[in-house]
Design a protein around this ligand. Structure first.
Ligand code: SAM
Ligand code: DTB
Ligand code: SF4
Length: 352
């Protein structure tokens, strides 16, 4: 693969791409990315970046398959954390009430509906700083219920203490979602009640318990392109690449401090997806929040850049997501098929 060199700066891109493209490597994934590498990739000419990402994507995945997960907020609102983007923080003024933890029956019914609609993974989110022991008992029952329906399970419950990840693993949990959200430098502009290091500690507990890590972040919170590159560099230098990397476009929720921020150019999200694909070639990259505001062409470019997973169903946690018939029509238009769970499992086992 030869990319035309236009300038000295382009030579850097060429070297990086040569180092990661098939035919130029021994097939292993890199864990030694520097921020300079990540920023150079992110700044590459758009067509080179997308072409390289799609080329690498095809080495590891069927380019016409997209994994489909469904989300459920099992405990909504009243969260003690002060995340500036979040509708569920008690520090913010969003129009979201504080509910109690959902019942097992209600969770089972929602999981069944998701399965019938074609989702292969069911992800349950709770607005907690972290789970209390009693909460964890209830969530473990929910995980067992989802597993009994033959679906993959994922939860996102905030920070975990010693031993809590093991309990989730014993209940049959497949994935734990815990995002680093942004670069370490920009983190304190967004959240003050916990640190970037706290997030890394929980990720280590999840990894050590043998649960698959789902970890990504948000773009469009006022960070720079360099921050986005640094966030991806942090993800790609974890001891193992996260099996799943959700990239969320900020949903600017009224009543949150970020409500009136200028929307990010979607091309910047597409650059971030392509860079994630290049740096973590065997990970699933999820085009997560923000699809309701994106047209079909933008989403098609996200898939071309290497995104291969979405949330399916008309709500995320508290905000909207495209209707199922809209996503079906999008898949049909693009000739994309939902990824069977076993294909995803193959991709996962092949990692590292
Ligand atoms: N409370 C848990 C935690 O923070 O880890 C789990 C739920 S939290 C809502 C899960 C993730 O959703 C956040 O880490 C963030 O990346 C994403 N998210 C939350 N609100 C969002 C918004 N308004 N726009 C885009 N992504 C958002
Ligand atoms: C993730 O990275 N995105 C999902 C999931 N993990 C839990 C959540 C998106 C939430 C969007 C805002 C809302 O619906 O409240
Ligand atoms: Fe709470 Fe999670 Fe929202 Fe932060 S992102 S306020 S921790 S629910």
């Amino acid at each position: 693969m030869v990319f035309p060199v236009r300038s000295i700066a382009d030579m850097t891109i060429q070297n990086i791409l040569s180092a990661i493209l098939p035919g130029n490597t021994d097939g292993t994934v890199r864990h030694d990315w520097t921020e300079t590498d990540a920023r150079a990739l992110m700044d590459a000419p758009f067509n080179d970046l997308i072409h390289a990402a799609q080329t690498l994507h095809r080495q590891h995945f069927d380019a016409n398959e997209v994994q489909v997960s469904t989300l459920l907020s099992i405990k909504t609102g009243g969260c003690p954390e002060d995340c500036a983007y979040c509708s569920q923080s008690a520090h913010n003024e969003a129009d979201v009430g504080a509910d109690k933890l959902m019942s097992l029956d209600a969770v089972r019914a929602a999981a069944l509906r998701a399965k019938d609609a074609g989702a292969t993974r069911f992800c349950m989110g709770a607005a907690w700083r972290g789970p209390k022991e009693r909460d964890l008992d209830a969530v473990c029952d929910m995980i067992a219920e989802v597993k009994s329906l033959g679906m993959e399970s994922c939860v996102t419950l905030g920070l975990l203490d010693d031993g809590q990840a093991d309990r989730l693993k014993d209940a049959g949990l497949d994935y734990y979602n815990h995002n680093i959200d942004t670069s370490e430098t920009f983190y304190e502009e967004i959240i003050s009640t916990r640190s970037f290091a706290d997030r890394l500690d929980t990720l280590a507990r999840v990894r050590d318990a043998g649960i698959n890590v789902c970890c990504g972040g948000i773009v469009g919170m006022g960070e720079t392109r360099a921050d986005r590159a640094d966030m991806l560099q942090a993800l790609a230098t974890l001891p193992d690449h996260p099996k799943s990397v959700p990239l969320n476009m900020l949903v600017a929720v009224p009543g949150t401090p970020l409500a009136d921020i200028d929307p990010l150019d979607p091309l910047e999200l597409i650059r971030a997806i392509a860079t994630a694909r290049l740096m973590m070639p065997k990970s699933m990259v999820r085009l997560s929040a923000g699809r309701l505001e994106m047209d079909a062409a933008t989403q098609a470019l996200c898939f071309l850049a290497g995104a291969n997973s979405i949330f399916y169903g008309d709500t995320l946690l508290t905000t909207g997501n495209p209707a199922q018939h809209t996503d079906k029509a999008l898949f049909d238009k693009l000739g994309v098929r939902p990824m069977p769970a076993e294909n995803h499992a193959d991709a996962v086992t092949a990692t590292e």
